[in-house]
Design a protein around this ligand. Structure first.
Ligand code: FES
Length: 163
């Protein structure tokens, strides 16, 4: 729910309407929780606390259970994520060829730690194990793009490509 700046009342955003449609669709299904959480995350980009409360209430599932599922699966996010997700490979081949230096360089450029999101929501930085492109080590992925054989000098230029 959004709060109206003029009246202070709670108003439904278009996203809230979509959430209610999603809940309507799944209300009668057993095992609705995970698909509803996935759908809600698609709608909002992450899972705000108030959305979890609405899901708990509407599906009649205790909040503790909903929260437990969200924190168990790494696919769910409780905080806003960046428009661009940077995954830095720290698998063996990348590690040997300086992957952790690339990771440190990105942390410094972006001013965030592992799992962090820049304040302008432009980037989220994450480390991952092997992403299957070891021949290109050290490798990062930004969204669906693979960037390999990296050096710290080239990082700024790569980031510039993403708004
Ligand atoms: S170890 Fe980095 S892609 Fe395989």
């Amino acid at each position: 729910m959004a709060i109206c700046k003029c009246t202070g009342e709670q108003v439904e955003s278009p996203q809230d309407v979509q959430l209610m449609e999603l809940l309507e669709h799944y209300r009668e299904y057993d095992g609705a929780l995970i698909p509803v959480l996935q759908g809600a995350q698609d709608i909002y980009g992450y899972l705000p606390g108030e959305v979890l409360e609405t899901i708990s209430k509407e599906l009649k599932i205790p909040f503790s259970e909903v929260f437990g599922v969200v924190t168990f699966y790494s696919q769910f996010h409780l905080k806003p994520r960046g428009r661009n997700i940077i995954r830095v490979c720290l698998g063996t081949a990348c590690h040997v060829r300086g992957g952790s230096k690339i990771f440190e360089g990105l942390k410094e450029i972006l001013g965030v730690d592992n799992g962090g999101t820049t304040e302008d929501l432009r980037f989220t930085l994450e480390s991952v194990a092997c992403i299957g492109a070891c021949g290109l080590a050290p490798v990062i992925m930004i969204n669906d793009d693979t960037h390999g054989r990296l050096t710290n000098d080239g990082l700024d230029k790569i980031l510039e490509q993403y708004e």
